[in-house]
Ligand binder design. Structure first.
Ligand code: 86X
Length: 524
């Protein structure tokens, strides 16, 4: 996992104010000068050459993250929180349609309650953070900080669920959790504190639970594909990789072509009746008999944002999909010599007003102490999907220039068509980001029918689709045999959408009859 270091990027390239004046004339962009300034402002590492350091630089210089003096903890700056809030607004509205209600449970867990879940907690124990003191005095009983909230919530499910009329009970909370991870922290992707939503639902029947698992998974797919423009695979986790406390785990899996790593995007678990047994959550059914509830839990976290940066970012910085960008278009005046600067500024403000009126998120950068070229680089670094340039020639011709962040294409459009053109362009950018990401993801998929094909593909950073016998011991063996510097391969998921498996197909690893196609690879 050495390809991502939790290192502060070199911030010697402090943002310097560029001298005023000059810049691109008439919306075209003065070339040489800007390139120079760009290097002063921009990134020192290239995505293809040093991915780990590139990533650190992008999230810091793009003003999403500030490093903090506790390892694995990061400040989420407004540029990040705005994206989180947009996804939150979507997901929150969707789960409310499903009659799921929000609540908030305490951050702290008593050791007694944490212990209740002993069996499955055992493996996680080293990651639990504890509060042992208040001021200078030791607490009589130390208290844990939630790493997830099963043990916090389920005692109350036991109390609140009495009869079938109390079901289903469907709760969600938006909160932070803490997991004291020791393996290489990475902003968004693996941090010791992160934000998520955790849904915890209880039903009278398994059928209802099964149905909800997939409804939630579909919402997660939509967050990735429709909002973040990242293709994902929906599927089922192997016995090794599922949540040990549950019955089965489904997930959406993304892929980062540059590192050849899979990344679990979000999970939706059917917990079965395991927790009902542990926490004694029973109800009286319609026949007056005592019955055990069926439970689900599901979560997505701020990790989503890290995947977005990794997939779409480029050597100029962040590339934000329009649907999640807090600024979808930035309007930049391009004053030129003795042109009428006030008229240009007025046109910029009018442009912002019109687009805002039309429901778009648009800002003008009218600062007079930065050149247009500096501003171009700045907003490119921050990933704003669309730049709108207005210079004297544009005013004259009653047009504006649109410059796309995703493919650098530039086009002049009549001012009268502003709203329509900008809306269409943003939709095209959103679609193009998805299409390009999918093309790269698909180009990384490699079918492997034998062990040799498998290891060769792994060496080429592929996302491997292989026929598997679905035996736990065989997955353990795959892990052991691929163990090395940069981490072992494991199963990512068995896609719901299964290619045909011809009769007699053998497992790539064991040579036994294959039961299903499964994605494999290294992962975050
Ligand atoms: C597993 C399971 C589950 C609710 C979800 O994935 C969705 C939302 N929870 C989380 N998990 C743990 O149970 C866990 C427990 C402890 Cl004590 C810990 F330190 C870390 C953990 N990490 C994951």
């Amino acid at each position: 996992m050495a390809d991502i270091a939790d290192k502060k990027p070199n911030v010697n390239a402090k943002v310097k104010k560029a001298k005023g004046g000059g810049g691109g004339g008439g919306g075209g962009g003065g070339k040489k000068k800007e390139v120079k300034k760009e290097t002063g402002l921009g990134l020192t590492k290239k995505k293809d050459e040093n991915f780990g350091e590139w990533y650190s630089e992008v999230v810091v210089h793009g003003e999403m993250i500030e490093y903090y003096d506790i390892s694995g903890c990061y400040i989420l700056r407004p540029w990040t929180m705005a994206i989180w809030e947009i996804m939150q607004a979507f997901f929150d509205a969707e789960i409310k349609k499903m009659k799921i209600k929000n609540c908030y449970f305490p951050l702290f867990v008593s050791p007694a309650v944490l212990e209740k879940e002993k069996d499955h907690i055992e493996g996680f124990a080293p990651e639990v953070a504890w509060v042992t003191k208040s001021g200078k005095s030791e607490l009589e009983v130390p208290i844990a900080i939630r790493p997830t909230s099963e043990t916090v919530m389920y005692p109350y499910y036991s109390k609140w669920i009495r009869g079938h009329r109390d079901l289903p009970l469907k709760l969600n909370q938006w909160c932070n959790v803490v997991r004291w991870e020791f393996s290489n922290p990475t902003p968004f992707i693996r941090s010791r504190e992160f934000l998520w939503q955790e849904g915890h639902t209880a039903f009278a029947t398994k059928e209802e639970a099964d149905k909800e698992v997939l409804e939630i998974l579909e919402l997660y797919r939509r967050i990735y594909e429709e909002f973040l423009a990242i293709p994902v695979v929906k599927g089922k986790k192997s016995e090794n990789e599922k949540f040990a406390g549950g019955l089965y785990t489904t997930s959406v899996e993304a892929f980062v072509p540059n590192t050849g790593r899979g990344v679990q995007g979000a999970t939706s678990h059917c917990l079965g009746q395991n927790f009902a047994k542990m926490f004694d959550i029973t109800f009286e059914n319609e026949k007056g008999e005592k019955a055990m509830i069926w439970q689900n839990s599901w979560a997505y976290s701020t990790r989503t944002i890290g995947v977005m940066v990794m997939v779409h970012g480029d050597d100029k910085g962040l590339v934000l999909p329009p649907k999640v960008a807090s600024v979808q278009a930035v309007v930049i005046p391009v004053p030129f010599k003795d042109a009428d600067t006030q008229a240009i500024f007025d046109a910029c403000l009018k442009t912002v007003e019109e687009l805002t009126e039309a429901g778009l998120r648009v800002e003008a950068d009218l600062r007079d102490n930065y050149s247009p070229g500096w501003k171009y680089s700045h907003w490119e670094l921050k990933g704003v999907p669309l730049r709108i340039e207005i210079g004297p020639k544009d005013l004259e011709k009653k047009q504006v220039r649109l410059a796309r962040r995703d493919n650098s294409s530039k086009v002049d459009i009549p001012m009268v068509d502003l709203v329509k053109e900008v809306k269409e362009t943003l939709e095209k950018i959103q679609q193009n980001l998805f299409d390009v990401a999918k093309q790269k993801r698909d180009a990384s998929i490699q079918l492997a029918k034998t062990w040799d094909e498998f290891t060769a593909a792994l060496g080429e950073k592929k996302l491997i689709l292989a026929p598997w016998c679905d035996e736990q011991a065989v997955e353990e063996d795959v892990k052991a045999r691929t163990k090395g510097e940069i981490g072992a391969a494991k199963s990512l998921c068995s896609p719901f959408d299964q290619p045909e498996l011809p009769e007699g197909t053998l497992c790539f690893a064991s040579g036994k009859p294959a039961k299903k196609w499964t994605y494999w690879g290294r992962s975050y």
